[in-house]
Write a protein that binds this ligand. Structure first.
Ligand code: DGJ
Length: 728
């Protein structure tokens, strides 16, 4: 059993691959955190508790002992779930108001269960399986319960946590805040790392020192966003890519969220977060429950890289659809950068024909095939073929693609609607708008009100019809704007603040009813590039378009930042034309392929102009990719050189059994009198001998990792060199 309960000390021990998470129920019934870190014995840990000495602290309600008494104030208990109103002045995990207007909450131990397998969450994505502790806490005045779920996994150091809040009274309770977890750490000496960004420059690493008070990141966009990914990590002093203690928090959610780290006045840190309580309130009727999104908490003593590998394993093994997670992915030719919306049957068929027998196995038709979609001003929501453009419908193109031995994929942006569309003319109310207010436009489009069941049904029926009537094996699901004017005509006034969370629930319902009913179709996520790259999307989409920025140099930054949490197989990375459409930069075909090979690779350019030489090159690139694809799907990533901090980028990919590996070295600017820059692969077995074909040498892992390699970059900028390591 990975989870145990010591009755004598009322201590829970939760063990992951090499971690222990421990807390106990103290004499007041409070769930008090004891330890999270490297695996330890199941020993009593009370000696680690604070020894009072706090004047002016509020006592535990009703206890007349003063604040000097050991552990006598909720404020100073390291918390598993912090609540508000009775002496704890830290960030609460939950706040409720009962009918009397009482906003105080005292959630104390009631009972617990240990389940061999986590029950599936209702209506929300979450990690699968895993032994699970359910801790039942209860507030007897409001008749309000909180079930805390903790799931551990035998093969990774990630704990999945969430809370289910329950109104057990016969009156309405208003949830004003409903976060997913609290977790105390015994020190404040941390840097907080997060991933910020924007269109075309997603997931840049930023760090700040923790201090007394709250450091937080959030989204108010009704989506996770490119602005701040729903992820934070706490780094102990001196943490590097390879060493140091790191705690990661990754929220499996794609609406407005908040994640916080609070430096508390006793020197501890309290982590908390979940659904953003800004513009949130939820009316919980008698006997209703409220599920919060799951959060994946990782621990590593092997630095930032160690934490990333924990997330990569956890998400590949338990989050991403097992039908696809470790399976070879389609290699697509996508026509977006090749044609934008300016195409006809002939053009599309020529693009597909040009790559026959190169190894590209799927043609993906992007935006512009439906309704009156000739520009981005019209058509969204009209999910039927534009036969003026595609004479003979989709069928002609699909038949042609299939006759080449390739599969066919199609782009949708199901959540959106243009004013200039038949569906908007018939149902202007389908678009999100607030009565009496002018709406904001982004890319000339509105978001559909998917909090409404009838709108969801319209979307589901339209998309399913196209999928059912055509031989489609791949869908690219786009999302190009954020919600504004959050208001639903389907909700009463006192439920309007439920909008953002209901949007997420609506989205998951749509995903379930389209994606789950087409189990053999692979769905790729996208959001104007990578603006919705989050774990909740990965549950449905095994891969996500990482960024609209396909420039190889820019991609080193974007892919490096994305890999902090997300496995390489989840990032779609396309080879595109030069000068690059986003930056105007010219990079070598070799560099473009080498960088696009560090994810799920594909092509996005007008291949109808390919020469025989281009076709041969594509064939060679794909053959090379296929040789190392298993490293992308299942290998361990060791980042060696950070392009956000240097002129270089380095990745080692190592098979789990350490028998083969690959090192990609990249130099941004070529300089005269350049530095003799060594790249040291990591993650190899020190005692194993590896053949390095590029050097025609057999070297031991220890030599390779300690001495490093000295790549000779071709003259010029933006160059790559690759090395392979095969056990001998
Ligand atoms: C944004 C996506 O990121 C692009 O790849 C492309 O699909 C366009 N939308 C189409 O409108």
């Amino acid at each position: 059993m990975a989870i145990s309960f010591d009755k004598a000390t009322k201590t829970f021990y939760l063990e992951g691959k090499s971690t222990t998470y421990a807390f106990f129920i103290n004499k007041f019934g409070y769930a008090e955190h004891l330890y999270y870190g490297t695996k330890i014995g199941r020993d009593p840990l009370f000696y680690t508790r604070g020894k009072g000495g706090r004047s002016c602290a509020a006592t535990v309600p009703g206890e007349k002992v003063d604040g000097f008494e050991e552990g006598s104030s909720y404020h100073y208990f390291p918390s598993e779930l912090a609540f508000f109103g009775n002496g704890d002045f830290r960030e609460p995990c939950v706040q409720v108001a009962n009918e009397a207007g009482d906003r105080i909450c005292e959630l104390l131990y009631d009972s617990h269960e240990i389940l061999p397998e986590k029950p599936r969450m209702k209506g929300m994505p979450s990690m699968r399986g895993g032994e699970t502790l359910v801790l039942h806490l209860y507030d007897t005045v409001s008749d309000f319960g909180a079930d805390l779920y903790y799931t551990v996994y035998p093969d990774c150091n990630v704990i999945a946590r969430r809370v289910v809040y329950k109104n057990c009274s016969n009156k309405v309770i208003r949830l004003k805040r409903a976060y997913s977890f609290s977790m105390s750490l015994p020190t404040q000496s941390f840097e907080l790392m997060s991933l910020h960004g924007a269109w075309g420059m997603e997931r840049r690493i930023q760090k700040t020192h923790l201090h007394n008070g709250v450091v937080s990141i959030d989204s108010k966009r009704t989506t996770s966003s490119a602005t701040l990914n729903p992820f934070i990590a706490l780094l102990s002093p001196g943490t590097t890519e390879d060493s140091g203690e790191v705690y990661g928090v990754s929220l499996i959610y794609s609406s407005s969220y908040v994640l916080k780290a609070e430096g508390v006045n006793d020197g501890q840190t309290l982590l908390t977060g979940g659904i953003n309580d800004f513009d949130f309130e939820w009316k919980l009727k008698a006997d209703e429950e409220f599920e919060t999104p799951e959060v994946a908490i990782a621990y590593s003593s092997e630095g930032i890289g160690g934490m990333s590998r924990e997330y990569h394993d956890a998400y590949r093994n338990y989050l991403i659809n097992p039908r696809f997670a470790k399976k070879s992915r389609p290699i697509v030719i996508n026509n977006w950068e090749g044609t934008y919306m300016d195409f006809d049957n002939e053009k599309l068929m020529a693009i597909a024909s040009a790559v026959k027998d190169t190894g590209i196995d799927t043609f993906v038709l992007d935006d512009g095939w439906f309704g009156a979609r000739n520009t981005d001003e019209a058509g969204l929501g009209d999910w039927y073929v534009n036969t003026d453009k595609l004479k003979g419908g989709l069928k002609t193109v699909i038949d042609h693609v299939n006759s080449l031995g390739m599969s066919f994929g199609l782009w949708f942006e199901p959540e959106m609607i243009n004013e200039d569309s038949d569906i908007y003319r018939a149902h202007p109310d389908y678009a999100i708008k607030a009565p009496g207010r002018l709406p904001c436009y982004t890319r000339n489009q509105f978001v559909m009100d998917i909090t409404r069941a009838d709108v969801r049904d319209y979307i589901i029926n339209s998309v399913n019809k196209i999928l059912d009537e055509n031989n489609i094996t791949y869908v690219k699901w786009d999302y190009n704007r954020n919600v504004t004017e959050s208001y639903s005509l389907g909700l009463p006034a006192d439920r309007q603040s439920e909008f953002a969370h209901r949007y997420a629930l609506g989205l998951y319902d749509i995903f379930e009813r389209i994606i789950e009913t087409h189990p053999n179709v692979i769905f790729e996520g996208c959001a104007g590039g990578g603006a919705r790259f989050d774990p909740s999307q990965l549950y449905y989409f095994p891969q996500i378009w990482t960024s609209d920025n396909s420039d190889a140099d820019e991609r080193t930054l974007i892919q490096y930042g994305t890999s902090i949490v997300y496995p390489l197989s989840s990032m779609t990375c396309h080879f595109s034309v030069v000068p690059n459409h986003q930056t105007g930069r010219v990079t070598d075909a070799k560099t473009r392929a080498d960088i696009a090979h560090l994810g799920t690779t594909g092509y996005e350019l007008d291949t109808s102009v390919f020469t025989e030489e281009d076709k041969e090159l594509t064939k060679r690139q794909i053959a090379e990719y296929k040789e190392m694809e298993s490293l992308i799907l299942e290998g361990d990533l060791y980042r060696t050189d950070n392009p956000m901090e240097s002129n270089y980028f380095g990745y080692t990919l190592v098979s789990k059994d350490k028998t083969h590996a690959e090192l990609t070295c990249y130099q941004r600017m070529g300089r005269p009198n350049a530095q003799l820059k060594r790249f040291a692969p990591r993650g190899l077995a020190p005692e194993k001998k590896y053949y390095v074909p590029e050097l025609n040498l057999i070297l031991s892992g220890s030599t390779l990792m300690n001495v490093g390699l000295l790549p000779v970059f071709e003259r010029g900028d933006f160059k790559t060199v690759k090395y392979h390591f095969e056990e001998k």
